[in-house]
Design a protein around this ligand. Structure first.
Ligand SMILES: Cc1cc2nc3c(=O)[nH]c(=O)nc-3n(C[C@H](O)[C@H](O)[C@H](O)COP(=O)(O)OP(=O)(O)OC[C@H]3O[C@@H](n4cnc5c(N)ncnc54)[C@H](O)[C@@H]3O)c2cc1C
Length: 382
């Protein structure tokens, strides 16, 4: 049986290695549109590759479908089997021991090559038809036929501008449903000048995102002020929700409320201001200066500005800056082995499906686990 894989990213590489480990004779060909495999892995985790999270599966995904599939220990055992050691950092984040994303990409590629996976780079799969129980792939380097097809083509986030990713349309041609893709884990844009005044400053705060009187999101974490608005982990997670709101209604009126001192209540802040005449000792000089101008010497207004600093949110930085895609192909149309319920021997793994996770290693974990589950299942009947 010939197995074709569209995409040599995190999921496509993990799938191929796992299947060839289980079935050394499986003939796997992976088609990759880019000049080399696993390019996005190199950019993950700021070049360190936050490859998983100890909490993944218990929490962290948009879709309950992921819960039954994600298995952190299974993924770590898989990496161990191809020679990658890992380490845990804060908040359960797991990294390669080297703290270099290149280690992750390289162990996967070395294993794929040594196990006999055929990798064809700079080869875009342009379309697919199903005839006589076989998948007929039309690629930029000619036609190819396979018995089992695995779509691991990723989503729209962080893909090169000229990317020819068409995994969605191939799956749609087999009657699968596409849930409108949206940028996720993406920075927020704001016209408020405080972002530009504070640009470059990181702060631990509470960020609330609201739409008129409704609270959409509220979390504590690190925020980074930038020229265009807000970045940092807490704003990336908020970006997922904001992008979806603007996709549903371009005229949405979204705001952010920053609490610069979540460990103190309004009264404590007011008392502090009354005593010292500023909030430098709590929020630092730059924020204190802004509050000073806003409060006009009034301790209650100072406390309000510190705990309820309101910004307009005009949108997000979009797909080019997003780490992940929310939306994608509907998972209800797949079995727990990631096989299509509409077409036998058709599988989809990784970000092409409508699964997205929080910031912190959850998305790569989904890529590994979905790939492993599909490979183990195919391996059981090859
Ligand atoms: C800057 C950045 C940082 C990130 N950091 C983290 C992190 O630290 N931790 C984390 O968990 N997640 C992180 N992510 C998200 C994570 O990288 C993705 O969720 C993961 O790579 C998805 O894996 P995938 O294999 O499904 O898709 P991809 O890795 O995108 O791979 C898909 C591959 O398919 C190829 N392809 C697409 N269509 C075709 C076609 N028609 N023919 C041939 N080839 C095709 C593409 O070129 C690509 O190589 C980050 C993402 C970005 C952009």
């Amino acid at each position: 049986m010939l197995i074709g894989v569209i995409g040599a990213g995190a999921a496509g590489l993990a799938f191929s290695v796992r299947l060839n480990q289980k079935c050394p004779n499986a003939e796997i060909t992976v088609f990759e549109a880019q000049p080399s495999a696993g390019q996005k892995i190199l950019a993950t985790g700021n070049g360190r590759c936050n490859l998983s999270n100890t909490d993944a599966g218990i929490i962290g995904y948009n879709n309950p479908f992921a819960k039954n599939i994600v298995d952190v220990n299974e993924a770590l055992d898989f990496f161990s089997s191809i020679g990658l050691k890992t380490r845990e950092e804060s908040q359960g984040r797991l990294y390669p021991y080297s703290l270099q994303a290149q280690s992750v990409r390289d162990v996967l590629l070395t294993a794929a090559n040594s196990l006999g996976t055929q990798l064809i780079t700079e080869c875009t799969v342009e379309g697919c038809a199903y005839r006589d129980k076989r998948f007929m792939l039309k690629t930029s380097k000619g036609d190819f036929t396979c018995d089992i097809l695995v779509i691991a083509s990723g989503g729209k986030a962080g893909a090169p501008q000229d990317s020819a990713s068409n995994g969605y349309s191939i799956l749609q041609s087999f009657s699968h449903t596409l849930i409108e893709p949206c940028p996720a884990l993406v920075q927020l844009t704001s016209p408020n000048k405080i972002c530009r005044i504070l640009k470059g400053m990181r702060t631990k705060c509470n960020l609330t995102i609201g739409k008129e009187n409704e609270i959409l999101y509220s979390e504590q974490g690190e925020l980074l002020f930038t020229e265009y608005g807000l970045s940092g982990i807490v704003s990336l997670d908020a970006g997922t929700i904001v992008a979806r709101e603007f996709a549903n209604d371009k005229a949405s009126r979204i705001h952010a409320i920053i609490d610069f001192a979540p460990d103190f209540d309004t009264e404590q802040i007011a008392v502090h201001y009354k005593k010292f005449g500023n909030l430098t000792g709590i929020v630092g000089n730059a924020v204190s200066d802004i509050i000073q101008k806003q409060c006009n010497g009034d301790c209650n207004i100072a406390a309000k500005c510190c705990k309820n600093q309101k910004l307009i949110i005009s949108g997000t930085k979009g797909f080019s800056f997003a780490q992940v895609t929310s939306g994608g192909i509907c998972v209800n149309e797949f079995t727990e082995h990631l096989e299509s319920k509409k077409q036998k021997n058709l599988f989809a793994v990784g970000e092409v499906l409508d699964v997205d996770g929080k910031c912190g290693g959850f998305n790569l974990q989904w890529a590994w686990s979905s790939a492993i589950k599909a490979a183990d299942y195919i391996g059981s009947y090859l």
